[in-house]
Design a protein around this ligand. Structure first.
Ligand code: AMP
Ligand code: MG
Length: 518
């Protein structure tokens, strides 16, 4: 185990690419460079609120025991070998080209090499202004930091590819935010999360270089990214082959989000990782009631572009933007052909995943219509997605009446079923039971498959909301419980949380919908 202070950090990104080394934090465009040197701005009193012991062990990082070490997590102290920077990237936001964005409040401190030779970027989120902060302050509030900290770890334990979170510190400073965008700005406690990932590179890093016609920089970033993160890809067509793999990883990620009912909320191309990780946790939500049209982001309400059911097709659209950025170095037709494989790859992975969710031995033609039937009937009945699938695991093999079926699923329902809905559900269950009868695997094997595919504990927004309110008033009991529950999402060990979202939470800000203000 090594200390955050005495570690010899690597700085391969900074040492490979041209950056703006002025250290000037004034907002500006930075053509010609891939990053700007940016040192965190100190805060009043960094205090450690949470530490991810498992992640720290995996990386070989000693838990901070001195204020100096905690100061590193709060941006008040920089280790000797760190070369902190903010990356320059662009992006398409809500379907429109937004130009240069960049790390406006994230600062990468350095690269941590583990004893096994794996390299992880350590990045502070909320560490103060950078040249990419535009008109904002470079800070993050406690509520959004708690959400990022807990959810990135929750996704990891669910088995969904994601960036990680090592620590959460409060800063002792207040941050001014207009949470509802209604002119009522208020001071909130500030916080900083240390995020960890092999890389935080986004589609937008590549889009930026293409937009600026910096083809040499684009080639160089591609060569570096491929050599470092995709070393098995080599040869003349490597950029095309790399794009194909990003398509594949992105499709896998979308299937994973659909599996657990995760809605990201802001799938702009600057929030899309080229490693296929879930990145940038903002106004996200799990589905409570199964509604493909649900978006947790108030800014997304008019168009519901980033609604649950649209995520897979938005990912395809975003991949189109990445393909566009590669036009100076790869043949257009080949890129388009690779992009078009997305749909086939996605559906193949999706049906395989749904087969696992339903405990099926394999997926045949008829199963595709069964899956569609599940989607349609769930969308009309809107049961709690997580609880519904949990009940499905132990479904009795013989059910005679509509009433029996309706009673069985009662714990997952937010509304009483109409007679039509009751009939729909009964038909679905009957068709499903017929199919289970034809399974070539034993019932136990089928149930086991379902148990590892369907989470039982999900980090619901209302639970986060309660934990945050408690933390803001100086209590941490719920936060600590949630920190344990996220590590064991497929077991019954945290059944205290196994219930539908309570009525009071359905319209309350922060419990169902969230703004981007963070
Ligand atoms: P997001 O939608 O949260 O991924 O953020 C979009 C862009 O806004 C990114 O370039 C962020 O770095 C920037 N940004 C968001 N919040 C802040 C903030 N408080 N200070 C500076 N930049 C920010
Ligand atoms: Mg972002």
């Amino acid at each position: 185990m090594e200390s955050l202070i005495s570690k010899e950090y690597k700085n391969d990104f900074v040492n490979t690419f041209t950056g703006d080394e002025s250290g000037d934090l004034k907002p500006r465009q930075t053509p010609g460079v891939l990053y700007s040197k940016a040192v965190p701005t100190p805060v009043k009193k960094p205090t450690l609120l949470a530490w991810s012991a498992e992640l720290a062990n995996q990386l070989g990082i000693q838990k901070p025991s001195t204020q100096q070490e905690i100061d590193v997590l709060g941006g008040n102290r920089i280790a000797d070998t760190m070369l902190p920077y903010a990356a320059c990237y662009a992006g398409h936001q809500f379907g429109h080209w937004a130009g240069q964005l960049g790390d406006g409040r994230a600062i990468t401190l350095g690269e941590w090499e583990t004893a096994e030779g794996k390299v992880w970027e350590l990045q502070l989120k909320g560490a103060g202004p950078t040249p990419y902060s535009r008109r904002a302050d470079g800070r993050a509030v406690l509520r959004s930091s708690v959400r990022e900290y807990l959810m990135s770890e929750a996704m990891h334990y669910l088995g969904v590819p994601t960036t990680r979170a090592l620590s959460l510190v409060t800063t002792g400073d207040k941050v001014l935010r207009d949470m509802f965008y209604n002119g009522n700005a208020a001071h909130e406690p500030g916080a900083i999360v240390m995020r960890v990932a092999p890389s935080f590179l986004r589609f937008g890093n590549f889009e930026m270089l293409n937009a600026r016609k910096e083809t040499d920089n684009l080639r160089k970033l591609l060569d570096w990214t491929i050599a470092r993160y995709y070393p098995h890809i080599q040869g003349e067509d490597k950029v095309l082959d790399w794009f194909k793999e990003v398509v594949d990883r992105t499709a896998s990620l979308m299937v994973e989000w659909q599996r657990v009912g995760f809605v990201h909320g802001v799938m702009n191309t600057d929030n899309m990782s080229v490693l296929g990780l879930t990145i940038d946790y903002g106004p996200y939500s799990f589905l409570d009631d199964y509604d493909p049209n649900f978006t947790p982001n108030t800014t997304d309400l008019p168009g519901r572009r980033y609604a649950f059911g649209k995520q897979p097709s938005i990912a395809y659209w975003n991949l189109g933007c990445l393909a566009g950025a590669l036009l100076p170095v790869v043949d257009k037709d080949q890129l388009l052909e690779a992009l078009e494989t997305y749909k086939e790859i996605y559906w193949a992975k999706y049906y395989a995943m749904m087969g696992n969710k339903l405990g099926l031995d394999e997926i045949g033609e008829a199963d595709i219509s069964l899956i569609t039937q599940f989607e349609e009937i769930l969308a009309s009945i809107k049961p709690d997605m997580t609880i519904f699938y949990q009940l499905l695991i132990d479904l009795p093999l013989y059910m005679e009446t509509e009433q029996e079926v309706a009673d069985y699923f009662k714990a997952s329902l937010y509304n009483d079923l109409t007679p039509e809905e009751s009939e729909l559900l009964y038909r679905l269950v009957t068709t499903y039971l017929d199919r289970l009868n034809k399974n070539t695997i034993k019932r136990e094997a089928s149930q086991q498959l379902m148990r590892k595919t369907n989470p039982r504990f999900i980090l619901r927004n209302y639970l986060l909301h309660q934990a945050i309110e408690e933390l803001e008033s100086g209590e941490n009991q719920l936060f600590l419980k949630l920190q344990e529950a996220i590590k064991d999402p497929y077991s019954k060990n945290f059944d205290a949380f196994f219930e539908t979202r309570p009525g009071w939470a359905s319209q309350k800000a922060g419990c169902s919908m969230l703004s981007c203000s963070s």
